[in-house]
Design a protein around this ligand. Structure first.
Ligand SMILES: CC(C)(COP(=O)(O)OP(=O)(O)OC[C@H]1O[C@@H](n2cnc3c(N)ncnc32)[C@H](O)[C@@H]1OP(=O)(O)O)[C@@H](O)C(=O)NCCC(=O)NCCS
Length: 201
């Protein structure tokens, strides 16, 4: 259960060693959330396979941690490589963003924090256009995206939101790279702690 006082949310990039955290977050989503996130009531088996395929060169995944547990995720996925920082002249890449926050942790700014991080990452990874696809009745997602000047269109029974990422600066590229180093260090530390806990159990 979430506590009544809202504790701080830490957002960091996820690396392959974090796959179990991402998978377990997806598995905690209830059937309605799974339907909203994946346009279908996705089985546990699907979600396990999905999580295993989210750490390729075209993927950036971020996790939102509350009291040390991952309660939200944002994915930015492209058919082109976006895993490392890219200078502005390499852009024109399109990527799709998707968000999930576990139901008891909603309406406390987690989605907005993740969205802001994805927008920054897109700009620093050469992504020009961010797309968000959701069902036409997904008011929370449309309102959230609307806060970031997303333009919506109705396409093939779904809503597609599009926004243009800002061009990176030397400072933003440097900041992204240093965040990656810190996040990768945290990822390794967390994985070692999990392994040690498993060994002690
Ligand atoms: C969409 C989702 C990620 C929002 O996460 P969240 O952490 O609750 O969002 P936030 O608390 O940061 O809210 C940010 C803004 O989104 C809008 N919003 C969020 N939930 C809303 C709701 N239930 N009704 C109306 N607006 C809502 C509001 O504009 C809100 O800003 P405000 O609090 O200043 O009014 C979450 O509802 C979710 O995981 N849904 C299931 C998965 C999904 O639908 N994903 C989208 C498809 S990719």
């Amino acid at each position: 259960m979430a506590s009544s006082t809202h504790s701080a949310t830490d957002v960091r990039r996820l690396w392959p060693a974090d796959m179990p955290l991402f998978r377990d977050h997806l598995l905690r989503l209830d059937s309605r959330s799974r339907h909203e996130r994946f346009s279908g009531g996705m089985s546990d088996d699907f979600l396990v396979r999905y999580a295993q395929n989210c750490f390729g060169e075209g993927d950036l995944v971020f996790g939102a941690f509350i009291e040390g547990v991952m309660r939200g995720a944002a994915e930015l996925r492209s058919s082109e490589a976006i895993w490392s920082e890219q200078a502005p002249f390499q852009s024109h890449i399109h990527a799709e963003a998707a968000f999930s926050v576990e139901e008891p942790y909603r309406r406390r700014g987690v989605g907005e924090t993740l969205f802001r991080r994805v927008e920054q990452a897109a700009s620093n990874h050469g992504v020009e256009t961010i797309e968000i696809v959701c069902a036409p009745d997904n008011v929370p997602m449309m309102r959230l995206a609307g806060k970031f000047k997303t333009k919506f269109s109705f396409e093939e029974n779904q809503i597609t939101g599009r926004l243009t990422a800002r061009l990176p600066t030397a400072f933003s590229l440097l900041r992204e790279a240093s965040r990656d180093v810190m996040d990768m260090t945290a990822s390794v530390f967390d994985a070692r702690t999990r392994d040690a806990d498993l060994g002690a159990a």
